[in-house]
Write a new protein. Structure first.
Length: 176
């Protein structure tokens, strides 16, 4: 017996996949294409396989998004490798503002360079294991860890509205 998803659930799944692709690519147009491709692949699923298929679709969206931005992601990875990095620290007594909206989180994430943002999204938000994230990002796990820490620190700064002073800059290229 086939499991028919309610239309609202299908729409929410498509919106979630679009948002994931958008946060990874930073491009609305590319994200629409990726989410549309994923939605077109959706068949009637049995309830037994529906959760597994949803997870598989998320992985496909991630792979497609990262493939589409391969060159800018590689450029960002080079910048991340050269960046000065103090380590991930959270300001004391910092907490997320309860009035924070999805748009605020989106804006804060999109302000982060592509590679640290992708590392943060994969490792923290999607719960991808480090070896898998390193494979998806085509990078050494140590660089992915550094990128995650940079991304987290920048996300916290962006959400808190505390942009580091020049001498406390989170990511800085070495002086030539």
């Amino acid at each position: 017996m086939a499991y028919e998803k309610p239309m609202e659930e299908i729409k929410q799944d498509a919106a979630d996949l679009y948002w994931l692709a958008f946060l990874l690519t930073g491009s609305s147009d590319l994200s629409v294409d990726i989410a549309a491709d994923s939605a077109a692949e959706e068949d009637a699923e049995t309830s037994f396989f529906s959760g597994w298929m949803q997870g598989w679709r998320r992985r496909l969206v991630i792979a497609k998004a990262l493939n589409i931005i391969h060159d800018p992601l590689a450029d960002s990875a080079r910048r991340t490798a050269q960046a000065y990095h103090k380590g991930a620290t959270t300001p004391r007594n910092w907490s997320l503002n309860p009035g924070m909206t999805k748009a605020d989180v989106e804006k804060a994430l999109l302000a982060i360079d592509a590679f640290p943002r992708a590392a943060l999204l994969l490792l923290l938000f999607e719960g991808v294991a480090m070896p898998d994230a390193a494979t998806l990002l085509d990078a050494d796990p140590a660089l992915v860890k550094k990128a995650q820490e940079i991304g987290l620190r920048e996300l916290i700064a962006n959400l808190a509205g505390i942009f580091p002073r020049d001498e406390d800059r989170v990511m800085r290229l070495p002086k030539c």
